[in-house]
Design a protein. Structure first.
Ligand SMILES: [Zn+2]
Ligand SMILES: [Zn+2]
Length: 124
């Protein structure tokens, strides 16, 4: 991703952050009892089309993603590149060892392969 694209994404993120009131985390908390937490930040995803998608994330998700930047994290985040659905996987329960915290998968149980906007990268 080039610098200009990152600048555009960050500018969009700043605009969204200004109006975060009432927004809920959009990452999958199905394994977590505190589902539906208030969003405190955005995770930016770049699609193959060049479009940028902003996913609201709560404090838990945000903290965990920050830990991922240092490599000292407890959860993997799987993101489906077809349908953009997400899933947190507890590292200790995970059979696979992924090189990075955020792991892109080509399809998932939610997917019907009708989506055209495929994610290529994250922007933090
Ligand atoms: Zn969350
Ligand atoms: Zn999917």
């Amino acid at each position: 991703m080039d610098k200009e694209e990152i600048d555009v994404a960050l500018e969009e993120k700043m605009a969204l952050l200004a109006d975060l009131d009432g927004t809920m985390c959009e990452l999958d908390h199905s394994g977590d009892p505190q589902k539906g937490r208030k969003a405190v930040n955005y995770m930016m995803l770049k699609l193959v089309s060049g479009e940028i998608v902003a996913l609201p994330v709560c404090e838990f998700c945000n903290d965990e993603l920050e830990k991922g930047q240092t490599g000292d994290f407890e959860w993997y985040l799987l993101i489906c590149t077809q349908c953009q659905s997400t899933k947190w996987l507890y590292k200790e329960n995970c059979l696979n060892d992924y090189p990075k915290q955020v792991h892109f998968i080509k399809s998932c149980p939610e997917c019907d392969f009708m989506y055209q906007n495929v994610i290529t990268d994250t922007i933090n």
